[in-house]
Design a binder for this molecule. Sequence first.
Ligand code: AMP
Length: 221
Amino acid sequence: MVVVLLGPPGVGKGTQAVRLVDELTAVHVSTGDLLRAARREGTELGTLAQGFMDRGELVPDDLILDLVKEHLAGIDASTDVMFDGFPRTTDQATGLDAVLEASGRKVNSVVLFEAPDEVLVKRLSGRRSCPECGAVYNAYFSPPVVEDVCDRSGGTLLHRADDEPDTVKRRLQVYLDQTAPLIAFYQDHSAAMTRIGADRDVEAIYADFQVAVTGSTGDVS
Ligand code: AMP
């Protein structure tokens, strides 16, 4: 099963994805996390991506598609995959289709998370993420047990430079201009699309998310 999570920055896709893939033993593929790892490791890709990320712009499609292809090559084709933050342009979506088709797969379902801009801005300003395991917290809404320490890995939580207010505004505009057209792209596609209102309690969102991906809540084995 291949699932694509769509939605603006700050809508909570990452938080929900980390939790559900744990239950499903699926793989979470977040291009944002992969790019941040490349930056930490000082790879050529990391260096190339840095300026785009710091400005809140998209990293060029060819770099992203190479990154995803390389990453997928290390994952068995029978493994369930949940893409988070990818694809972000129609060219990336077309590229993903081609990569999947080569191994007899396709995007099976798309989950679209939605929330008003003012909610997203507040969430991003409080967001703290774990550089080690990718878990995401919010200093206001879902803090870790110990301030700035990841409950899962014990890593020190970071506030991302691109979660600063001006960059957040740019990222929301980039989402509208370049990523939102994917909603129409996938509506024309054979994948099932579920819309989830993400301006709600995290448990209510998670229950809807489970149903969207697995067809039921609770027992997802
Ligand atoms: P995210 O953590 O998903 O919000 O991504 C952080 C930043 O990484 C984005 O603002 C982009 O600069 C870059 N990025 C992540 N995923 C992609 C993608 N699929 N295409 C282009 N740029 C991306």
